[in-house]
Write a protein that binds this ligand. Structure first.
Ligand SMILES: *Cc1c(COP(=O)(O)O)cnc(C)c1O
Length: 244
């Protein structure tokens, strides 16, 4: 068994344990394998171990890897949509510059990191007609750090309404990358704030099905507070070679 498949099994066990501990149904928590900085061959190893969903942070790296993985797996070329349910599903989770939206709209199934109207508008305009609507999450700056990307919590409803008005986007949920801390109480406080924001949006008529929160270091806290999608990189693929 490859190291990646052993790591995947350990992550599935950690998800199951946290789900049991916090009274969640483990099937309500989707695993997104974050493959940034790792080669296409590692994605293929994870796919062979049953992993379907992959996350990328950098546009060019992601687009190149999507093509290479399709080639290695003998799948149809880019821009054809997913060949079947077992084909890899690609999620863009990194910061988005407005001049880089087109390749994202053309090659990914999900975008987790929308933080302003202009990016949403461009992704909707550039989503090819032969593909289903792009699934999107709003990234929220939940810890209020000046340097972090994400919309301020009090601007989230306005952005959600804008996305709702766009024909080629399907608003699925909220995403956050809270300030890194090993303190589980603080981790949970940030994730609880994202969950509360989602609840407020629902009260205003915007009902979402996704809370994209939890990484290798705070997976249990995220599950405790209602995560439906955890984004796990290093616990699956190992330590990254450059800081990201
Ligand atoms: C890198 C990254 C992850 C995965 O982080 P790990 O700590 O390696 O699990 C998740 N989400 C985002 C937005 C990232 O940039």
């Amino acid at each position: 068994m490859s190291l990646i498949s052993q790591n995947l099994q350990a992550v599935h066990e950690a998800i199951a344990q946290a789900a049991q501990r916090y009274d969640r149904n483990p099937t309500d928590i989707v695993l997104l394998a974050v493959s940034k900085t790792f080669p296409a061959e590692d994605v293929v190893a994870a796919w062979q171990a049953g992993q379907i969903r992959f996350g990328e942070n950098y546009v060019q790296e992601g687009v190149d890897k999507i093509a290479r993985v399709a080639e290695l797996l003998g799948l149809p070329a880019l821009n054809q949509g997913r060949a079947d349910a077992s084909a890899p599903e690609w999620h863009f989770i990194g910061p988005i510059q407005s001049n880089k939206t087109r390749p994202i709209a053309e090659h990914f199934s999900w975008v987790h990191s929308i933080d302003r109207d202009k990016i949403a508008t461009r992704l909707s305009e550039q989503r090819p007609d032969n593909l289903p609507a792009l699934n999107v999450c709003i990234q929220v700056n939940i810890s209020g750090e000046a340097s972090k990307s994400g919309v301020a919590p009090n601007q989230c409803a306005q952005l959600a309404r804008h996305i709702h008005s766009l024909p080629r986007l399907q608003l699925r949920g909220l995403m956050a990358v809270p300030e890194a801390t090993e303190n589980e109480v603080e981790q949970r406080r940030a994730f609880a704030a994202l969950r509360e924001l989602s609840k407020q949006l629902a009260q205003g008529g915007i009902v979402l099905d996704t809370l994209s929160m939890g990484m290798s270091g705070d997976l249990a806290a995220a599950i405790a507070e209602g995560s439906t999608m955890v984004r796990i990189g290093s616990a699956i693929f190992g330590k990254r070679n450059y800081a990201v």
